[in-house]
Design a binder for this molecule. Sequence first.
Ligand SMILES: Nc1nc2c(ncn2[C@@H]2O[C@H](COP(=O)(O)OP(=O)(O)O)[C@@H](O)[C@H]2O)c(=O)[nH]1
Ligand SMILES: [Mg+2]
Length: 267
Amino acid sequence: MIIVILPAYNEEISFPPLMEKLKHALDGTNEDYRLLVCNDGSTDNTSKILEEYSAKFPLEVIEHPINRGLGESSRDLFERAVKLGKKGDIIIRMDCDDTHEPKYIPNIIKKLNQGYDVVVASRFEKGGGQMGVNGYRAVISRCANLFMKIFFPIQGLREYSCGYRGYRYSKIKEALGFYGNNFIQLKGLGFTCTLEKLVKLKLIGASFAEIPFLHRYDQKQSESKMVSSVTTLGYLVMTILYHWPWGGWKSAIKKNLDAWKISNDMY
Ligand SMILES: Nc1nc2c(ncn2[C@@H]2O[C@H](COP(=O)(O)OP(=O)(O)O)[C@@H](O)[C@H]2O)c(=O)[nH]1
Ligand SMILES: [Mg+2]
């Protein structure tokens, strides 16, 4: 089964075109699928639109009455996906702002089936790129990705900040089992959770690959909810937590992981 998880905040305009494209791409895989949306206190018509689509699609909605942010929404989506799925399933996470084209899903699945745990849709692979991104944002994004590559090097990865990814179900289950609530620890720090997930998965030995992806920011109709100051602060906090010489993530998690694996008979 393919479980597509979608964090949504005020996406009334983008949702309908995305749903049609998602249906087309997922029907083409010949796999059973579920759509899981976290409607995070949207103040527009997102709720109503989701209700309509729930009647036509295998769609489940997690409703947050107030906006809790991307971190808490991702936590709820991943936890629910793990509850819904089983070994062998695939979890796809994408934006619902209609800039992540569902046509990449088959390529993501193909790559996961080659044995990778995480496959990232990457603007930086040959054949990938972005359209409609203004100069300021393009520079910020480039610098942020460079920063991440230096401080959190992950083999096979150049794209750190785009949330369009495929995950092997069993690896996410393992991550939730090991980290619990700390799989996504930096919940109040904007979009930092997008980077945190990669790093936490790397620390438990996940393997990574990328597929080329064209980010269609030119199709974006909703406002961007990325608050660059909060997210930048989050990256800095995460760098300290990761590299802290006395029990930082890099050293402590490895030690705890060994103990956890032994107690869970995983060796
Ligand atoms: N659940 C939830 N989703 C959010 C929140 N902020 C943004 N999103 C969603 O996360 C995705 C990324 O946000 P977006 O505005 O597209 O950021 P950008 O593409 O980086 O400009 C979109 O699907 C948004 O609807 C939030 O506070 N809660
Ligand atoms: Mg987006």
